[in-house]
Ligand binder design. Structure first.
Ligand SMILES: CC(C)(COP(=O)(O)OP(=O)(O)OC[C@H]1O[C@@H](n2cnc3c(N)ncnc32)[C@H](O)[C@@H]1OP(=O)(O)O)[C@@H](O)C(=O)NCCC(=O)NCCS
Length: 235
């Protein structure tokens, strides 16, 4: 479990095959739920839609799936992404200053209603050297979106991240992916962002899984495009 300012996140849940179906996962999750309720916070997680054991576990406990994500992947060509860069990609840049975490956390809170500044401090501090943080800014330098990328060979993946709209999300994805030439990153795109999904197909992306964001407790209305990740939350 990963307690945060605005919510409690649940990471990967697994029980030994010989112990399954005996209430072990439920017993592990119940204290997490109780602790969140005691703090008046919702519990959030991202679960596979192709794994009914997992979906049912959370559904029985009262979680409600609210956003469907398409898991996409492809090998980024050594020569870079196909086609022209989205117009807004010229306003995407990599940031490395730890002080940027305040801005990223505030932006996520504004659009998605959740806050986790320590996570962004962790990515920006980048002690293992495998994290890259990209931001999209408007002409005045105000944040329009950001995305974190893991280049570590054990997990080549994009997310977390948030963009104000699909055009900004495409620019961030394009920049983060183009920096992963020869790699095969996994990234999750909201199913409802139909134009963005088509853009990703145009780059060569293919579906490999489906996930749903689920919440137990008060659901905050979210705006913008979010990029979830499976990486354990930090901090
Ligand atoms: C998913 C997983 C953690 C579940 O663990 P578990 O210890 O078997 O789960 P539990 O026995 O505590 O609870 C399962 C619940 O789901 C319910 N359930 C299972 N299949 C169901 C179905 N098809 N419809 C409705 N309910 C179902 C069970 O009845 C039980 O609820 P109950 O306690 O109210 O009766 C386990 O199967 C696992 O480790 N899978 C591999 C890893 C994985 O997929 N993890 C999840 C993604 S990170």
């Amino acid at each position: 479990m990963h307690p945060r300012e605005t919510h409690v996140a649940v990471g990967i849940v697994a029980t030994a095959p010989e112990a399954q179906g005996r209430g072990v996962a439920r017993a592990m999750l119940q204290p997490v739920i109780d602790a969140a309720i005691a703090r008046g916070l919702p519990v959030r997680l991202v679960s596979s839609l192709m794994n009914l054991d997992s979906f049912s576990l959370y559904s029985r406990l009262g979680f409600v799936a609210h956003t469907i994500y398409q898991d996409l992947t492809f090998t980024v060509p050594a020569t870079g992404l196909a086609g022209a860069a989205p117009l807004e990609a010229r306003r995407v840049r990599r940031v490395t200053e730890v002080a940027e975490a305040v801005r990223l956390a505030a932006f996520e809170r504004e659009l998605q209603g959740i806050e986790r500044e320590r996570d962004y401090v962790f990515f920006l501090r980048n002690q293992i050297g495998a994290w890259r943080v990209w931001v999209l800014e408007d002409a005045s330098g105000a944040l329009e979106g950001f995305i974190v990328a893991s280049h570590h060979p054990s997990c080549v993946m994009l997310g977390p991240g948030v963009a104000r709209d699909e055009a900004g999300a495409a620019a961030l994805l394009w920049s983060a992916l183009d920096a992963m030439r020869g790699l095969s990153p996994v990234f999750l795109v909201p199913n409802a962002a139909a134009q963005l999904v088509q853009t990703c197909y145009g780059w060569g992306a293919r579906n490999i899984e489906l996930h749903a964001a689920q919440t137990l407790g008060t659901m905050v209305a979210a705006r913008g495009i979010s990029f979830p990740t499976f990486l354990p939350e930090t901090g």
